[in-house]
Write a protein that binds this ligand. Structure first.
Ligand code: DAH
Length: 341
């Protein structure tokens, strides 16, 4: 019977060597070392042996059992490893392929410019006041002292809706009246940022949509000196501490007197370059003292109150700062352009 055990042992080992998958390995285990397996069945035959043979056989069958268990474990580890390797090799997912990076968004160059402007006026105590893009003729023109057929309307042709009184705002000045009516009788110190729309021929210098930042301060002791001081401080913080400013007389229906502010060219330090057209000056914004009619329309008595106002175009600021030569680039959603900022 010992011989029988030895040949079973050899045969089992040989079969184990031939096992080619973990599924077949399970069958091998059941048939060999399982509760009804061939080795177990042999232990049941011990009773047929003589008293001397029994311990020898018992010892040997234990050794064989342990050897087969060990061989089984080794084979199992081997098969698992090859099966895993095969699975990785044949699987549709190549885990070694680097992932696609998520594209991270960024702030639009005009958003960045607006935030620079907000920061400076914020430090000077101006709050941001939001007013609608869709306006009435009254807020956009009439209450700002543009009478119905006034030639100043020529400069700002709007987009009209089917309702002749409802238009897209042509400038952020439209929000001035809204802010005054909301704040009255308190003093006003706000900036009004936002998109404006004009029915214009589209060129490298003018676009049908663009942003503006308006400023408005109304109080009992506001003078032209405050206007100059506020805007000169603003220009120095935005364009550099040693900038000079100059105010040129101008005309706007809603301010009197009105002035345009120039700042010394920050690109050539006023020496003269292509951008400042060799004048050393860059035109930055329009401004003025709030017209008495406008104050009145906002609810403030012009005998008691005065105000300063200004309006600028962030696109122009960005064009000057970054040397952008075509205003149409800002809002046509070309990532090749936008990603540069
Ligand atoms: N609203 C003017 C425009 O769009 C800009 C402007 C000029 C605004 C003078 C003002 C101002 O508040 O005082 O051209």
């Amino acid at each position: 019977m010992l011989d029988q055990l030895e040949s079973l042992y050899e045969a089992s080992l040989a079969k184990l060597g031939d096992v080619s998958s973990t599924a077949v390995l399970d069958t091998w285990y059941r048939d060999t070392l399982g509760r009804k397996g061939s080795i177990y069945l042999m232990t049941r035959q011990v009773g047929q042996l003589s008293a001397e043979e029994r311990p020898i056989f018992g010892k040997r069958i234990n050794v064989v059992k342990n050897e087969l268990e060990a061989a089984y474990s080794a084979r199992q580890a081997e098969l698992k490893a090859t099966e895993l390797a095969d699975k990785i090799a044949s699987s549709a997912i190549d885990v070694t392929l680097p992932g696609r990076p998520l594209t991270t968004g960024g702030l639009h160059v005009i958003t960045q410019t607006l935030r620079d402007i907000y920061r400076i006026f914020g430090d000077m105590g101006f709050q941001i006041y939001r007013s609608p893009d869709v306006e009435t003729d009254a807020y956009n023109f009439e209450l700002l002292n543009f009478p119905p057929h006034h030639p100043a309307r020529e400069m700002q042709d709007s987009f009209y809706t089917e309702n002749p009184d409802v238009i897209l705002r042509t400038h952020t000045s439209a929000g001035q009246i809204r802010a005054m009516r909301e704040y009255y009788p308190e003093p006003v110190r706000v900036i009004l940022p936002g998109m404006c729309y004009r029915n214009e021929q589209i060129t490298t210098r003018s676009s049908i949509q663009f942003t503006q930042v308006e400023g408005l301060a109304v109080g009992t002791a506001i003078t032209f000196a405050d206007l100059k001081g506020t805007l000169t401080e603003f220009a120095r913080r935005l364009f550099g501490a040693n900038r000079q400013t100059r105010f040129r007389a101008s005309y706007f229906p809603f301010t009197e007197p009105s002035a345009e502010m120039d700042v010394t060219c920050f690109l050539c330090d006023a020496k003269g370059c292509q951008v400042c057209k060799y004048t050393g000056w860059l035109e930055i914004l329009g401004s003025g003292m709030v017209h008495p009619n406008v104050l009145r329309n906002g609810g403030y008595d012009p005998e008691i109150y005065t105000g300063l106002a200004f309006g600028m175009g962030p696109e122009r600021v960005a064009m000057l700062r970054y040397g952008i030569d075509d205003i149409r680039q800002f809002w046509n959603n070309d990532l090749r352009f936008l990603k540069q900022f």
